[in-house]
Design a protein around this ligand. Sequence first.
Ligand code: PHE
Ligand code: ZN
Ligand code: ZN
Length: 250
Amino acid sequence: MKGKLDAAGFTTSVQTFQTPHGSSSDVIAELPGTAPEHVVMFGSHLDSVEAGPGINDNGSGSAGVLQTALSYAASGEKPTNTVRFAFWGAEEQGLYGSSHYVDSLSSSDKAAIGAYLNVDMIASPNPGYFVYDDNPAGTGVRDSLTAHYDEVGIPWEYTDPQGRSDHAAFIDAGIPTGGIYSGGEETKSQEQADRWGGQAGAEFDACYHRSCDGIDNIDTDALDKNTDAIGAMVWSYAGKDLGTVNAPAA
Ligand code: PHE
Ligand code: ZN
Ligand code: ZN
């Protein structure tokens, strides 16, 4: 992963940390903006649970973020804001990688981050299209995501992940956050099946945290649509006035 990001022109670092279960690492890659005191971040966790390979959770999110990073670099765009991608370690053991990262930042480093978008499970085999609605600091990132899904004609619902992923440390630091999710062990209702297709009465991801979360446990259409959503956010947030992200509607 670091090799691909380095080759694409990113400034990349591997930050190793300790957990009660052993050591792990985050991979952080950025393209400097012309206004480097303004940073926008996108992240996904790279680890899986021990029970299985974690292809939907969270190979899907990591693939979506990595491909978007590589495509953005290849486009030759020159961002105004520094665009920074994070691939977190040890999420499943207790959000260790993202917590370590945020804890390691100075207060000015934290103040520079205008938004963080989290990508954890985006290709569930019986997919839904959920947008996080759990940021007490404001609704800016959430509203950008729902506007994108509206624009491309994908029905969406809010979800409240209750801080159960890597955006939690950013919320605690007062940073505007948002995220996307295609569903886990919850059951898809009839109404949701009418909205999105797929199977009512079945889990969004029946292999959530199980050994069967393997290479076939992916809906490639959801992966494609959600990776496009990440792309839309990267392209738009790279040039956005981050002071307006959580501004109240005019
Ligand atoms: N973070 C949880 C996991 O990795 C799943 C999850 C994703 C929860 C998105 C809430 C929102 O297992
Ligand atoms: Zn998980
Ligand atoms: Zn996960």
